[in-house]
Design a protein around this ligand. Structure first.
Ligand SMILES: [Cu+2]
Length: 195
């Protein structure tokens, strides 16, 4: 049964080349992460799926860019600019967002900042002691997403960047996000691993 499940999972990823393979970050299994920046825009969106593998309910309360990452990626011009203009409003920030239907017309959705965090359901065990993973929490296009503001060109043009996800109980978890991944790069089957 387990083998069948793994096979099904891997075939799924094999035919869905845009999605990254699931990886463990602490007790969280994280997959499908990517950041999308539209042409030339400083604003971007981040997507991922989070699954809790431990029997603890948690909550994603915030996200931010890893600063060391930021410094080392800064171009000479950007470093010079930040030396002269200390404009804090221009710092790269990450917010948790959701799409909410508007009160006037439910067919029109608007983006809203999530204030009170996103619950990550706990894993549980069935009566035979087999672990049942927590319900996947998806950040996806048209739904919940990470909203990225003021990201400099040096990062937007990179292949990847690290985003720190802050959980209420697990604390900070640094996750690598590919930026604008292309089909060809991700076209490989996920390695089989045993949970
Ligand atoms: Cu948004």
């Amino acid at each position: 049964m387990k083998r069948l499940f793994t096979f099904a999972l891997c075939s799924f990823f094999l035919y869905a080349p845009l999605l990254a393979c699931p990886e463990m970050y602490g007790t969280f299994e994280i997959s499908n992460q990517k950041i999308v920046f539209l042409n030339g825009a400083e604003v971007g969106a981040g997507y991922l799926t989070i699954i809790q593998t431990s029997p603890t309910e948690d909550k994603l309360v915030g996200a931010k860019i890893k600063t060391e990452n930021m410094e080392e990626k800064k171009s000479f011009f950007e470093s010079l600019k930040s030396l002269f203009f200390k404009d804090n409003n221009k710092q790269p920030t990450v917010e948790l967002h959701d799409h909410i239907p508007t009160a006037e017309n439910p067919e029109i959705v608007t983006m809203k900042k999530i204030i009170d965090g996103v619950k990550i359901p706990a894993a549980s065990k069935d009566k035979n002691g087999k672990v049942i993973l927590g319900k996947p929490v998806k950040f996806e296009s048209g739904g919940k997403h990470l909203m990225l503001y003021n990201f400099p060109e040096s990062i937007r043009k990179s292949e990847k960047t690290e985003i720190i996800l802050t959980f209420e109980k697990a604390g900070d978890v640094s996750v690598e996000f590919p930026i604008n991944p292309t089909n060809s790069k991700e076209e490989k089957p996920c390695p089989h691993h045993n949970h």
